[in-house]
Each structure stands twice: as structure tokens, then as C-alpha cells.
Design a protein around this ligand. Structure first.
Ligand code: UDX
Length: 449
């Protein structure tokens, strides 16, 4: 089936990570898009074609769509009056006083829309919210703007693959209101995604389920990672190898290999926050089985960090004071400059707190780490400087250049050949043959050969 590709006038409210990518992607599909945000600096940067964060491919997409004239950015909410579909992409960070999601940005966005949106236009929620939020918004709008429709359409994009995930999503989820109204909204949202529909599964459901899909997906991914980390502990106790185990499990198509990467655990702006908010909501609702499950997932994740600190300390008989430690990787994962909840930086900071002299390098995240990361660490631009004189090297974010490190070359720079492979990214035998002590999680240690 071929779909005609209508040009829809779209606004994207909130131009952070999600919104900036979504706005550029929608303009790339041929729509006329206006990105709206209250942050003037962010709007100025995006208007000049520069994303205020590192995301492969996004600057090119911004440049292309800005040049086409189909994409603009503004701080002026009056532009909402000229658009037919409004994507709400504001952040829902953790509240300061609890683990609940802070919905104040969402409330502000909806209030702005209620004031300025064109009659009969459609609000499409993309932010990650606790289940029940959308129903509350429908009830509020029934008082202030009954002409506005609401669809919940969660976003699953991954940092580092955000452009691809938006333009070639695994699935689209539409949470619709009941009856004729919902059917009409579906037509409107189908027009927006027309270019993707031939190749994309669409799941049509109610508002609550659509909200749940997002948090359930992130909880499941977190659970998968914690599962394999728990298996790593079993491998450590029994001489097994967690990488072989994950490979073998992964061949079972019911399980799949992805997100069975054992190591120092998960971080970032989404998984840790989303599972906390999910647990909080589950507790509010009285869903104790779900909250208990999330507790375990989180405990295992945090325990991995303790384990690393212990293993590295063991090299120095438990006392890392004045030991020079090189940490490769600051970002919470490769191909990102995001350091939020970065397991790498948390481990590095704990070693520094115990008295070690810790140098950290990263291909992209150093500017962010220098301004917002732990100040107890020295951030160094070059890998050579980081390795120079190190008594232990910790690979904590598996950037491709670290995976490809030559153990002979690296061996010449360091004072002691000790490598902790926190992401199971290296070949243990190759490193041992080059004279290194190789230690990781879920794998038998290798002595130098
Ligand atoms: C995640 C979800 O994948 C995405 O669908 C959602 O929209 C936002 O949250 P992201 O935070 O970009 O995306 O990172 P992701 O690739 O999921 O990785 C999260 C963390 O898990 C990283 O710290 C990564 O290093 C870690 N991880 C991932 C593992 O420890 N093992 C794995 O096998 C996979």
C-alpha cells in the first residue's frame, strides 16, 4: 500500500533531546515544523543548525531541514496558533523530594497549548509519564479547551541512534481516546507518520496502555541488563564465562542477544530515572509485584559499581591512596556525550574519594564532564596522557577506539599492566599475552603471559 504524503503544520513543544530530534525528523519527512522552547540559548543554537548536545547525524539533519525552510525554532508560543498537530516533548525529570516524575514542565506545556493552540488541533504526548497522566490531561482540557484532542504516542529513541530510531522506528504506539473522537485523531496522526507507515508496525491502544508501554519497555531492558549481571556473579563464583553464556542465550530467538551485555551496569538520563518513577507509580497504585521487581533490578545495577571498586582496590591490597588510575570513558554509553547517571564517572569518583589519583578521558563527553561531572577527577583530552604512568587502566565506556586499543602500545605507556574491562569489550587472551593482568566481571581473570 502506498500512502500519499500530506504536509502537516506541526509544532514541537520542548526542544531538548527528544524534541530537537523529533522536530528535525518531522521536517525531513516533508512537514512544516516549528520547534518551541522557553530556553533562548537552545533555540538560538538549534536555529543555527547546531544541536546543543552530541548526537550523530543530527547536525546534518538540522542543516538540511533548516535550509529547506520547513523547520524553524522560536520561543514565541503564539506560533502554536498556526499549527495542526502539537508534539509535547518536554522533560519529566525526577522530582527533588521523591522518586516521582516531575510533571511541572508538562503542565506548563499544556497550559501554553490551552492558551494558544488553534481550534480543533491535536496534542500528541511523547514525554515519558506515569500511567494515568494522559487521562488527567483529557479531564483538564475538557474544562479549558474541549475542542483539542489528545493522543499518547511514546518515544523509544536511544541516544546515539536517535535520528534512525525516529525515522525508522521499531513500532509506533498510538494511545487514543475512545470512540469517534479517537478514530478522528488516528487519522490526523496517521497523516503525520504517512511516510513511515508502510514499514512500521502500528499498535493502537488506549491512553493508559500507551503510557505503560514506554516505562515497561525501559524496565524490561533494565531487567535484562540486571539479569545478565546477576548471571555474571554466578559465573564468577563457578568459573563460567558470562559472554559465552549471553551468546548461547541470545541464539534463542525468544530471548535475543541484545541488552545481555554484562559489566558495570546501566546509567543515562532514562533507564535509572524511568524505573524509579515506574516503581513510585506502582507503589501508589498498590502494584507491589511490579515495584518489588524493580527494586531487585536497581539493587543489582548498583551492586555492580561496588564490585568494580572492590576488584580494582584488591589490586592494591584494598588501599588505592595515591595510585594512578586511568579511566577510559566518561559518558554513560558510547556515541554520546551524556554523563547523567554515568556508571563510569560514579566508579571513578569513588576511587578518587578513596584517595586514588584518577585521570579520565573520553572522545566526546569531556566538556560536559568538566563542567558537570565530579570535580575530584582530572579530565584529560588525550588517551596517551590518560594512560601515562597508570598503575591500573579501567575501560568503563566501550567507545570503538577503546575496544580497538593495542595492548602492546598501551602497555608501553602505563607503569603497571593491569586492565579492568568493565564492558567485556576486550579479548582477555590477547591482553594477557601482551603481559597484562586482565580482570572483568563474569569472566575468569587472566594472568600476564
Ligand atoms: C534508553 C532506551 O533504550 C530507549 O528506548 C529509551 O527511549 C531511552 O532510554 P538510552 O538511555 O539512550 O536509551 O540508552 P541504552 O542504549 O538503552 O543504554 C542504557 C544503559 O544501559 C547504558 O548505560 C548502557 O551502557 C547500558 N547497557 C546497555 C548495558 O549495560 N548492557 C547492555 O547490554 C545494553
Amino acid at each position: 500500500m502506498t500512502h500519499t504524503q500530506p504536509r502537516v503544520r506541526i509544532s514541537v513543544v520542548g526542544c531538548g533531546y527528544l524534541g530537537a530530534v523529533h522536530a528535525a525528523a518531522m521536517a525531513h519527512l516533508g512537514h512544516e515544523v516549528i520547534g518551541i522552547d522557553t530556553d533562548e540559548q537552545r533555540i538560538a543554537s538549534l536555529s543555527s543548525g547546531v544541536a546543543p548536545f552530541f548526537e550523530p547525524g543530527l547536525d546534518d539533519l538540522l542543516t538540511e531541514t533548516l535550509a529547506s525552510g520547513r523547520l524553524r525554532f522560536t520561543t514565541d508560543p503564539r506560533s502554536l496558533a498556526d499549527t495542526q498537530v502539537h508534539f509535547v516533548c518536554v522533560g519529566t525529570p525526577q522530582r527533588e523530594d521523591s522518586e516521582a516524575a516531575d510533571l511541572s514542565y508538562l503542565a506548563a506545556a499544556i497550559a501554553t497549548l490551552a492558551e494558544h493552540a488553534a481550534p480543533g488541533s491535536l496534542i500528541v504526548g511523547k514525554s515519558t509519564v506515569p500511567v494515568g497522566t494522559a487521562a488527567g490531561l483529557v479531564a483538564d482540557l475538557a474544562d479549558s479547551r474541549p475542542d483539542l484532542g489528545l493522543v499518547w504516542n511514546p518515544e523509544f529513541l536511544r541516544e546515539g541512534f536517535a535520528v534512525r530510531d525516529t525515522l525508522q522506528p521499531d513500532r509506533l504506539v498510538y494511545g487514543l481516546q475512545e470512540g469517534a473522537e479517537g478514530a478522528r485523531h488516528r487519522q490526523q496522526i496517521d497523516e503525520v507518520y504517512a511516510a513511515l507507515l508502510d514499514d512500521t508496525q502500528v499498535v493502537v491502544t488506549d491512553l493508559a496502555t500507551a503510557e505503560l508501554v514506554k516505562v515497561a519497555a525501559n524496565s524490561f531492558l533494565a531487567m535484562k541488563i540486571s539479569f545478565i549481571n546477576a548471571m555474571a556473579q554466578l559465573c564468577d563464583a563457578t568459573g563460567g564465562d558470562v559472554v559465552d553464556l549471553a551468546d548461547a542465550l541470545g541464539h534463542d530467538t525468544r530471548i535475543g542477544r541484545r541488552f545481555l551485555g554484562a559489566g558495570i551496569g546501566f546509567g543515562g538520563g532514562c533507564l535509572p530515572k524511568d524505573i524509579k518513577a515506574f516503581r513510585h507509580r506502582a507503589e501508589e497504585i498498590g502494584a507491589s509485584l511490579a515495584s518489588g521487581l524493580i527494586n531487585e533490578v536497581e539493587q543489582i545495577n548498583l551492586a555492580q559499581r561496588d564490585e568494580v571498586v572492590q576488584r580494582v582496590s584488591a589490586w592494591f591490597d584494598g588501599d588505592v591512596r595515591d595510585r594512578r588510575i586511568a579511566v577510559l570513558g566518561a559518558a554513560f554509553k558510547p556515541d554520546s556525550d551524556d554523563i547523567r547517571e554515568s556508571p563510569a564517572l560514579q566508579i571513578a569518583a569513588r576511587l578518587a574519594a578513596a584517595g586514588a589519583e584518577v585521570r579520565v578521558t573520553d572522545p566526546q563527553a569531556l566538556p560536559v564532564a568538566r563542567s558537570r561531572g565530579p570535580q575530584s577527577l582530572s579530565y584529560v583530552d588525550s588517551l596517551d596522557t590518560c594512560l601515562d604512568g597508570a598503575e591500573a587502566v579501567l575501560l568503563l565506556t566501550e567507545w570503538s577506539e577503546y575496544r580497538a586499543l593495542d595492548p602492546h602500545l598501551a602497555g608501553r605507556a602505563v607503569a603497571e599492566r593491569r586492565i579492568f574491562d568493565g564492558r567485556l569489550a576486550l579479548d582477555p587472551d590477547k591482553w594477557a599475552s601482551a603481559g597484562w593482568h586482565y580482570v572483568s566481571v563474569g569472566r575468569v581473570d587472566r594472568a600476564p603471559r
